[in-house]
Design a protein around this ligand. Sequence first.
Ligand code: HEM
Length: 614
Amino acid sequence: MAILIYLFWFSFLTFFSFIFLKKNRNPKSKLQPPPGPPSFPIIGNLHLLQGLPYRCFHQLSLKYGPVMLLRLGFVPTVVVSSREAAEEVLKTNDLETCSRPTFAGPDKLLNGSIDITFAQYNESWKENRKVAMMELLNIKKVQSFRYIREEEMDFLVKKVSESALQQSPVDLTKTFFFITASIMCRSALGQNLHEREDKIEELVIETALTLDCFRFSDSFPCRLGWFLDWLFQMNKRLNKVCKKLDAFCQLVIDEHLKPDGKKTRDPPAHIVAGLFNMIEKHGHRDSSKRNMDQIKAVLVVKPYIIIYDLFLGGIDNGAITLIWVMAELMRNPRVMRKAQDEIRTILGSKRERITEEDIDKVEYVKLIIKESFRLHPPLPLLVRKTRSHVKIQGYDIPPDTSIMINIWKIARDPKHWESPEDFIPERFIDSSIYYKGQNFELLPFGSGRRICPGIAMAIPILELGLLNLLYFFDWRLPDGMIDQGVDMEENGTISVGKKRPLLLVPRIWTIIQGYDVPAKTQIFINAYAIARDPKYWEKPDEFNPDRFLDCSIDYKGLKFELIPFGSGRRICPGMATAISIMELGLLNLLYFFDWGLPEKDEGEEILTGNEDAL
Ligand code: HEM
C-alpha cells in the first residue's frame, strides 16, 4: 500500500513538474544563494530526507557546507550547521529572522497559528509571550510553584518505591510524562491530574506524535498540498486529537469561569486567570456591549492557545530530557556512580525528602543535565523564517525563506567539543558555556527573541527530578535486557525523544553504617549477640528481670537492643498472641505450683549445662 501511495505521488508530482518548471526559473535573479544539492522540479530535495531530518542535514552539510540551500517541495530552506553561522542568524540578524514558517499541523490545531511557538513575528505573538512571562514563567512565579514540584517529586519517589519493593521494572517514559504533565497542569492551569480520570499525559504524547507527522501541505503550501493531505487522510488523526484537546481546554475554561468553581490549594493566579484579567482590562468582557457568544469566542481562543504551548513546550521537552538523562546514565555507570556518591555524600544518609534547597549543593547533577542537552537536545532543529533579506556567512537569503539551525550537529562539532560523541559531564567543569542562548555551540533552548521562555520553569523540574531518582534509588536494566544494554534509538522530527520506552528496575538505596549494601544481599541480624552486648546491658549474661524496672526497653521492635520478634515490615505478626499465651502460661505455672529440680544426679547435669535433661 505504502509503495502504491509513493508511486502515485511521485508520478503525480513529476507530471506537474514539467508544467511548473519554466515558471520557477528566474534567470534574472541577482541572488547568490548558498550551495546545495541539485533539486528535482516540484519535489526539490525532499527525496534526500530519508530518516531523521537533522541527521540527513548533517550528512548533506558535510558535502555542501555549514550554510546550504535545500528545496523542500516549494519551500526554500536554508540549513545552518555551524556555531558561527548560527550566531549570525540568532544574534546579528535576530530581528530579521525571528518569524516562523507555517506548519500545517499546528496551523489546523490553532486556527491559524496565533499561539506563541508557531506564530509569525507580530503584535499578537508579542502580547501572548508577554502574558505567558508575566503570569507563569517569570522567576517569581516559578518560585511560587516550588511546593508543587516538591510534592509531585514526593509522589514520584513513592511510586518508584512501590516498584522497587516488588523488584518490577518502571516505565520511566510514562512516569516522566505524568510527572511533568502533573507539575505543568497544577502550576499553570490549576488542574490536579491525581484527581482526574482521563490520562492527560497520554494526550500530550498523542498530540506531539500527531503534529510530528509528515504533511504534504508543509512542503506544498498551496491547494496541491491540501488536496494531497485530504487524499491520503493525513489529518484524520489530527482531527481526533483536536477534539480531545478542545474538550480539555474547554473544561479548564469552564471551571475557571464558574463562580463557585472547584477550589484547589494551588495558586488561583494561574495563567488562565491572567489571560482573563488581560481580556477584562481590554474591555472584551463588557457584556453590555457584546453578546455572550462573542465574549466566549474571545475568551476561549487565548487560554486555548497558551494551554497548547504549555502542552507541547512544557511537558514534552521536559519529559524527553529526563528520559535521555537516565538512558545516558545507564550507559555510563561511571557517571551514575559518581553522581550518586556525590549526592549521597553531600545530602547524608538520613534524608526522607529532597527539596529545591538541595539543588545548588550538588554541582555534578547540573553538569549531567548540560551534557544531556548537548547530546540530546529535545528540539534538534531551530526553525525560523526570514522577514527581509539577510546575509549569512556571505550568502544572500531572501525574505520568507525558512531557516533551520541544526543545533544537534553544532553541539557535536569536533571543532568545539573534544570526544564529541562521548557523554562526559566533566567537560563543563570550569567552562563558561551555558545553555541560555549566549553560547552558540550549545543551544537547547534556542536564542534571541524566540528563545524558550520556559527555561526557569524547566530547569528545577529536571534538577529536582534527577536528584530524587539518584538519591533514593539504584537502577538496573530488567532481567533479559542486560546483555542488549540501553537502546538509544531516536524518534520524531520536531521534538526528538527516545523511540522505545525506558524500562528500568529501581532498588531503594540501602546504606548500613556507611556501607552500601547491594541489591539481593542476604542480611542476618544477630539478635542474640545484640541482646548480650555489654555496650547496652549490664552483666549481660545474668538472668535479671529487675533490669527492666523503670526501663523503656520493650520487645515490640522499636528498641533495637531487644528484638526477639524482629522489627519493621517483617516483624512477627503473632507477637500479641504469643505474649498472651506466655504470660498466662507463666501465671498458671507460678500460681498453682512450686517447682524444684529433679533428683540430685539429673539436677547436677542441668547445672553443668546439659539442657536436654530439663
Ligand atoms: C527541557 C525543557 C525545554 C526545552 C529543551 C525547550 C526548548 C525550546 C526551544 C529550542 C524553543 C525554540 C527556541 C527558538 O526558536 O530559538 C522553545 C520555544 C518555546 N518554549 Fe521551550 N523548552 C523547554 C521547556 C519549556 C517549558 C517548561 C515551557 C513553558 C512552560 C516552554 C515554552 C516554550 C514556548 C512558549 C516557546 C515558543 C517561544 C517563541 O516562539 O517565542 N518550553 N523551547
